[in-house]
Design a protein around this ligand. Structure first.
Ligand SMILES: [Ca+2]
Ligand SMILES: [Ca+2]
Length: 270
């Protein structure tokens, strides 16, 4: 009878495979560059020579760009992008927001995200704004997580969950690689050039509160200049939501995942 019991579950899985649609795929994406990329561009953002130029090197510019399909974020995600900043102010941000695909925040110290509700950003801030300015930046070179959850976001330190300063200038004119990961349980991590830089903890229920009913939101970038200017460029971008059941991590829950489960069924038990 032990024989029959151990094969009952694989049989159920196999029958389920026949009943399920061939695959259910989710919208992970990869832009090796931005030539012809279908991004939603707002304000002064543009695609220039295959780059996403969030702002040109001109005073008081503000831009945002979003992937055209909302991403499912409720179970976590990982995203990687290359960036290059030439100039002095103000910085850019990776943004998750469920406000609108046209969302565009304040220029200058607002880095294009301040004022957007239902948002969480990881800012790459290259200009020191004082407490007297109402911002209270830690310094002129930091990566920080800012959110006020459903309320309009702020570049002020009152909206900051945590920050770290990299061992190089974000605006050194070199190309840098950033990876941002969320574990789907309240832990957000940021690495720069492959080196862990920052982790921030929050209540996962708060994170869910800024997503839509299906656990999705827009993802993209914002940036701004003020009296001082910079060219803020994103050179490449990939994004992968965490999908339960996607055993091989290809963005689809399909037969391939089922077969992995099936062939490994019971191997973890004594
Ligand atoms: Ca600043
Ligand atoms: Ca800041």
């Amino acid at each position: 009878m032990q024989f029959r019991k151990s094969f009952r579950m694989p049989l159920v899985l196999l029958v389920s495979a026949w009943l399920l649609p061939a695959s259910v795929c989710f919208a992970q994406f990869n832009y090796p560059d931005f030539s012809g990329a279908p991004l939603l561009l707002n304000g002064n953002a543009a695609i220039v020579d295959g780059r996403l130029r969030l702002t040109p090197d001109i005073p008081h510019q503000v831009g945002s760009a979003y992937h055209p399909v909302k991403q499912r974020l409720a179970n976590g995600f990982s995203t990687t992008f290359r960036f290059q900043i030439n100039g002095g102010a103000d910085g850019f941000a990776f943004i998750i927001q469920n406000f609108a695909p046209t969302a565009l925040g304040d220029d200058g110290s607002g880095m294009g995200y301040a004022g957007i509700p239902h948002s969480l950003v990881i800012e790459f801030d290259i200009w020191y704004n004082s407490a007297a300015d109402g911002i209270d930046d830690p310094n002129d070179n930091h990566v920080a997580v800012h959110t006020r959850w459903r309320n309009p976001n702020l570049a002020s330190s009152i909206a900051m969950l945590g920050y770290a300063s990299p061992p190089f200038a974000l605006a050194d004119g070199n190309v840098h690689l950033a990876t941002i990961s969320y574990d789907g349980a309240g832990l957000l991590s940021v690495s720069l050039d492959g080196v862990p830089l920052l982790t921030v903890n929050f209540d996962h229920a708060d994170f869910l509160s800024i997503l839509d009913g299906s656990g999705a939101a827009w993802v993209g970038f914002t940036a701004a200049t003020g009296d001082i200017t910079a060219e803020h460029d994103i050179l490449s971008w990939s994004f992968s939501p965490t999908i339960p059941g996607d055993v091989n991590g290809d963005g689809c829950v399909d037969d391939a995942d089922l077969l992995i489960v099936l062939f490994n069924f019971g191997t973890g038990c004594p």
